[in-house]
Structures are given as C-alpha cells and as structure tokens.
Design a binder for this molecule. Structure first.
Ligand code: GUN
Length: 373
C-alpha cells in the first residue's frame, strides 16, 4: 500500500509523462532526484530545495544513502528520531539507495561472499558487514518512500563471464532483499501514522556493458514482480553511446506500466535524452558536486565561474534562467565568492544547478504531456 504509477501519455520516442504516488506525496515523472547522501543535499537547505526550479515547485523527491546513514549517525538513531523524513525535516518523497554501490565505490578492503560484503568504513576504518537482509533492515529503519534491493555493481571493464557471475549474485540478493523486505516492511517508522502505508522496493538490473546480460537480468528481475525497476551499473566510465545503448536495450525488457529508474546519471543533455527514451526517474550528484567546484550548467552549455573573464561580468549565470540565483546575483559576484572560498559560493552554485536540472525535466514533462515530442 502507498504506491501507484500511472502513465498519461507515451510519445513516439518512448518518453512517458506520468505520476508516481508515494506515501509522502505525488511525483510527476519523468523526474530528477537531487542526491542527499547523508540526509542533506550538500549546501542546500530544505527550504530552498522546496522552492527552487520547476516554476517554484522545487524538488519533488530526493535520494539518501543507506551506506552513509548506517555509518553515521546510525540507522537506529534515525529510527528513534522518527525516520529520515522527520530527522531532516523533509516531508516530501524520498528514496534510499541500498548501499551496494557505495560499499563498492567508497569503502576499503571489501570481501564479497554469497552471504554479503565485509568492508571497512571510509570514515574510520572500522569493520562492517552488509547482507541483503541487513540493507533492508537499515532502509526500513530510515523509512524512505522507496527502498532499493542490495546489488553488486561490477567494475569496468569486466569480462562477459565476470559480469554474468556478478549479475547472478545480484539476482540472488534481489530475491533475498524482497523476501526480507516483505516480512518487515511494516516496521517503517511512520507506518501507523500514514494509514498503514509503507515503503516500496525497487529492483536493480545489472549486466554491465553486455546487451544479452542486460536482457537476462531484466527478465529475471521482472519475474520477481517488484513495483519498479532501476538500471544500475552505468556511468562507470563507459562512453556515452554505450550508456545509451544499454539503457535502450534494457528498457525493451521492462514493463511499461512500472516506473523505470536509471541510477547515477548524468549531464543535463543526458537526463533529457534518457527521459525522452522512456526513463521515468534519475539521480546524480553532478549538479551539487559541480556547483561546489564552480561548474555551472546553462542553456548555452557549461560555464566555469572561476574564469577571469567573469571578474566584471554584470550578467546572471544564464539570462534564460528564472532561478533565485540568476534573478539576484551577477557572475562577477559569484566568481568573487568562489575565488574567496566563501561558503555561500557552494550554496548559490548548487541552487542554480539544481534549478537548471529541475527546469530541464519540467520542460521535458511539458513536451511529453502536450505532444510536442
Ligand atoms: N548508483 C549508481 N549506480 C548504481 C548501481 O549500479 N547500484 C546501486 N545500488 N546504486 C547505484
């Protein structure tokens, strides 16, 4: 309970305009989800997130990470604080990634067995063990609207044999994630307050850069009859044409009546392209991470605010952008903030970039909904 997905219209290219109903609200799709790794979208207060971009509607859904919140402050503490929504004062929808990807990309000395992964914390080197069951327990304690199965994201490049073996582990872990989740999903912190609505669990398709494995993985996960499916293992260093090809080849095998989520992508033109191919959800650290590094996205391409040429530039970041940063501040001032290491630089750059991503998706939703594409 607490989940439904409707498609209003599908365009010729496969893009869909739809709606995801979750316990904490309705999400218009296709949607971009800003990343709030440690229950914070870095440098952006929740009040701004609620207002920035998409005609003032703000972010509809954000993502947090199981791996980080388990290590600090601990999922049991977050549960005692009423769950991640209440803890961070964000009452809109949220999704948590399962920890699989982060264990593989951040932690040291991983030991993988069919049972799970032993790893050392990137914070203090302490030893931990994650299994599909444990990831579910942590995600249920955090209580996001959507949880993800525990998966293994294979390294690139990887041989077909190595990728298939890893994918097999991901499938076994997906089944164990589902079995454990079904038994315990009524333990989300807000279960009784929200008329016994609960979390939903999405599957993750793997299969590396091999179309036949992507097909096999999609089919195996679809058999598990989960409410939504993600495509993982992409944007890990492969050329963009390969990312696009893997997405296209996977979408063919995913049900049309369920949401489809590509994890960890991409630049603004990529998220637009994938949304027009039929991807309903995406997340990426790029708008916030790039913002902190002075890289701004505009309708004319990328702009590096560090450059001397902006020192006395009285214009906004992007003359066509209506965000609160472009309405108020000049490039000259933003360059000065960056050059001076002022914390406000990270805030304003991140706010603009998030607005740019949310506006991009708002425009795509408009096109898909009205038949302009
Ligand atoms: N984020 C980006 N890629 C992935 C992936 O393959 N798996 C998970 N769990 N998260 C991701």
């Amino acid at each position: 309970m607490g989940f439904s997905f409707e498609v209003d219209r599908t365009a010729e290219g496969g893009g869909r305009r739809g709606r995801l109903r979750l316990p904490h609200g309705v999400v218009e799709t296709p949607v971009f989800m800003p990343v709030g790794t440690a229950a914070s979208v870095k440098a952006v207060p929740q009040s701004l997130l609620e207002e920035v971009g998409a005609g003032g509607k703000g972010a509809q859904i954000i993502l947090a990470n199981t791996y980080h919140l388990y290590l600090r402050p601990g999922h049991e503490l977050v549960r005692r604080m009423g769950g991640v929504h209440r803890f961070m004062s964000w009452e809109r929808p949220m999704l948590t990634d399962s920890g699989g990807f982060q264990v593989f990309s951040l932690s040291k000395l991983r030991k993988i067995s069919p049972e799970g992964v032993e790893f050392r914390s990137h914070l203090d080197g302490s030893k931990h063990f994650f299994s599909p069951e444990h990831s579910m327990d942590v995600q249920i304690a955090l209580g996001a609207d959507v949880a993800m199965v525990f998966d293994e994201c294979v390294e690139t490049p990887a041989t077909w044999e190595r990728t298939r073996e890893s994918m097999g582990l991901t499938h076994a872990w997906a089944q164990r994630s589902k079995d454990h989740f079904e038994l315990h999903k009524d333990r989300v912190p807000w279960f009784s307050e929200r008329q016994e609505q609960t979390q939903s669990l999405f599957g993750i398709v793997q299969g590396g850069m091999y179309a036949d494995l992507r097909e096999e993985s999609a089919k195996r996960l679809v058999e598990m009859d989960l409410p939504g499916y993600a495509i993982g293992g992409l944007a890990v260093g492969e050329p963009r044409e390969v990312t696009r090809e893997m997405i296209a080849r996977t979408l063919e095998h995913l049900p049309k009546d369920k949401p489809r989520y590509v994890m960890g992508v991409g630049y603004p033109d990529e998220i637009e392209e994938y949304a027009r191919m039929g991807v309903d959800m995406m997340d990426c650290v790029l708008p916030t991470r790039s913002g902190r590094h002075g890289l701004l996205f505009t309708s004319e391409g990328r702009l590096n605010i560090k450059k001397k040429e902006y020192a006395e530039d009285q214009g906004p970041i992007d003359a066509t952008c209506g965000c609160m940063v472009c309405r108020r501040y000049t490039r000259a001032y933003l360059r000065h903030l960056f050059a001076s290491g002022e914390p406000l630089s990270a805030v304003l750059n991140s706010v603009h970039n998030i607005a740019f991503y949310l506006d991009t998706m708002e425009r795509v939703r408009g096109d898909l909904g009205t038949g302009r594409s």
